[in-house]
Write a protein that binds this ligand. Structure first.
Ligand code: ADP
Length: 623
């Protein structure tokens, strides 16, 4: 018998394993099963070209045995096996291939995450076992070997007799402590559950002797136990099946079971992709946004499989934030099961898959919009806000990608419109895309600033979500039509004659407007006459990029820095109030009128008035 020490790096990894947090420990079974499956794969492939192997696909299996008395779990495969050198090399020097290469020594902080998400192969056995014994005989070899280790100290290796090729791994479980009970891994239901959860799709049977309780023949309440050798995994994953074999129910049931949703999904897409990267995917759009969808707690991601073995519960890198509502899974042969070779985030294949999935989601949404508008509107109700955030985020980087997926309510009616539909319906002389922000379509429709635009027969997009206007500002324009808030000061709706007439009136009332402006010093940049108003005496508009609505949204955010829109008070020269004003000479009285009109306009905007007491006094005084 030879006793050897582990390499330094292996020691470190072992140590990480042994001290990993308890909830991650269950993955040891997945890791060992997947190694067994790989070993069978190797021999199976060989059998395809080498008759001397003498085995068919059906001859291969993985077997699990749990012995409660001995506290052992044994995983046996009849795969390719390992020679003495391979045992030493593969199990003794795990880090030789650079397992820890992805983490520098000083970064070994959050190792629990690595282990939980990726697993680290064979060594995970030490998360649950105090001693691991590996019996292995390589295919075609005469001699079998027994490798044994109790962890950090090293391992022993010696010859052993074995009947046939393959590998048998015996785990002697650690003792239960107050915090951690390892005995549970000996329970049949626990093993069945773990196989179902992590290894259901391994393509060779995973078998175990299972005890069933059944009614004794001829009795009504006497039971007997029967032990059968059961296959625990279903072996063929849904996503690998042919689309023509599957029904909508198959897809929906799978979704509801797997992703625990009481409602069937709104839409699904089954992808078999071959090309730069080969993968299968099942993508789903839930019917409803999860309760925590628009919170920080929500975590995006798709389940990630490498050749049928789940390697990550939620791989966030597979989805851009604006498609974070997509659920589902991806299975690829091009991904390595073991993170040891490359950090997954930086994996080129993974990036290609993510790109391809993004494309698929986009075209599916576009298709839904075209073929089933009602459904798309429901989708947009649930997740449209996320798309709008997507337009706004990253300095508008994704706006091209997303702009045609957006819907907005508008003055046209109850049905939301796309930007393309808006532009298509524009009268020839209309140059810009008009929008207005407010609490509700009703409140917006009643805005004095909207009057003139509507009177022209132009459609107004109703921005009722706080993000809408920010998204529009980020887009700047759509099909070369600039987005324009109806509350912007320089709306150009008048004819040349109207403009001229207004200028003259403005000139005549110059001193009046100046007096008003003085009374409102610091509150508005300017007081001016305007053609845009019909029934209202005055309204507030803004100059520059920041509108009053945006000011409201930004100032509601928890930051110290408050912003202020540059406001203009526009007066309707056709209104009786203005007629009265223009007859006044008393500067003080003009100032009071100005304040009243300003406050009134604020109220119409849904803004708080600055000094309610003063406002109330002014009204009484003038009444
Ligand atoms: P990985 O599987 O990612 O290479 P592991 O630490 O799980 O990392 O295993 C190291 C190596 O040991 C494997 O690559 C394989 O060559 C060998 N090995 C592990 N388990 C078995 C097994 N059951 N049969 C044959 N070889 C195995």
């Amino acid at each position: 018998m030879e006793t050897k020490a582990f390499q330094a790096e292996s020691k470190k990894l072992l140590d990480m394993m042994i001290h990993s947090i308890y909830t991650h420990k269950e993955i040891f079974l997945r890791e060992l099963i997947s190694n067994a499956s790989d070993a069978i794969d190797k021999l199976y492939f060989r059998s395809l070209t080498d008759d001397s192997v003498g085995m068919n696909k059906d001859d291969f299996s993985i077997r699990i045995d749990a012995d409660k008395d001995a506290r052992t779990i044994t995983i046996t495969d009849n795969g390719i096996g390992m020679t003495k050198e391979e045992l030493e090399h593969n199990l003794g020097t795990i880090a030789a291939s650079g397992s820890l290469g992805f983490k520098k020594e000083n970064e070994l902080g959050d190792d629990s995450q690595i282990i939980g998400q990726f697993g680290v192969g064979f060594y995970s056995a030490f998360m649950v076992a105090k001693r691991v014994t590996v019996y292995s005989k390589a295919f075609g070899a005469e001699q079998g070997y027994k490798w044994q280790s109790e962890g950090v100290e090293g391992y022993t290796i010696e010859e052993t007799e074995m009947d046939s090729h393959g590998t048998k791994i015996v785990l002697e479980l650690m003792d239960d402590s107050d915090e951690e009970g390892y005995s549970e891994f000996l329970e049949q239901y626990r093993i069945q559950g773990l196989v179902k959860r992590y290894s259901d799709y391994i393509r060779f049977p995973i078998q175990m002797e299972v005890t069933h309780r059944k009614l004794k023949d001829g009795t009504e309440n006497e039971y007997e136990e029967e032990v059968t050798l059961d296959t625990l995994n279903s072996m063929v994953p849904l996503w690998r099946k042919n689309k023509t074999e599957l029904t909508e129910d198959d897809y929906n049931n799978f979704y509801q079971e797997k992703f625990v949703d009481y409602m069937p999904p709104m839409a699904y897409k089954h992808v078999h992709n071959e090309g730069a990267v080969t993968y299968d995917a099942l993508l789903y759009i839930p019917s409803k946004a999860p309760y925590d969808y628009y919170t920080r707690e929500y975590e995006k991601g798709l389940q990630l499989y490498s050749n049928g073995v789940m390697i990550m519960e939620k791989c966030g890198d597979l989805l851009p934030d604006y498609y974070s509502f997509v659920r589902g899974l991806v299975d690829s042969e091009d991904l390595s099961l073991n993170i040891s070779r490359e950090m997954l985030q930086h994996d080129r294949q993974l990036k290609l898959i993510a790109k391809s999935i993004e494309k698929t989601v986009k075209s599916e949404l576009a298709r839904m919009m075209k073929s089933d508008r009602d459904k798309y509107e429901k989708f947009f109700d649930a997740f449209g806000t996320q798309l709008k955030y997507g337009v706004y985020s990253d300095y508008g980087m994704h706006k091209e990608e997303l702009q045609d997926l957006l819907l907005f309510k508008s003055s046209r009616g109850d049905k939301p419109v796309t930007l393309q539909e808006y532009v298509d319906a524009m009268p020839e002389e209309q140059k810009e895309i008009y929008y207005a922000s407010g609490q509700s379509p009703e409140a917006i429709a009643a805005l004095p600033q909207a009057e003139a635009v509507l009177a022209k027969g132009y459609e107004i997009l109703y921005f009722t979500a706080p993000v809408d206007e920010f998204a529009a500002k980020q887009m700047i324009s759509y099909k070369e039509k600039v987005f324009k808030s109806v509350t912007e000061n320089d709306l150009d709706l008048s004819t040349e004659e109207e403009k001229k007439a207004l200028e003259e009136k403005q000139e005549t009332n110059k001193s009046l407007l100046e007096d008003m402006q003085k009374a409102l010093d610091g509150k508005v940049e300017k007081v001016m006459l305007s053609n845009r108003l019909k029934k209202h005496p005055a309204c507030l508009t803004s100059q520059g990029d920041l509108t009053l609505e945006m000011e409201k949204v930004l100032n509601a955010m928890p930051t110290d820095k408050k912003v202020q829109a540059k406001l203009v008070l526009e007066i309707n020269p056709e209104h009786p109030v203005f007629t009265r004003l223009s007859e006044m000479t008393d500067t003080e009285r003009i100032g009071k009128y100005a304040k009243l009109l300003y406050n009134q306009a604020l109220l119409l905007e849904g803004m708080p008035i600055e000094n309610p007491a003063e406002f109330s006094e002014l009204i009484c005084e003038l009444m």
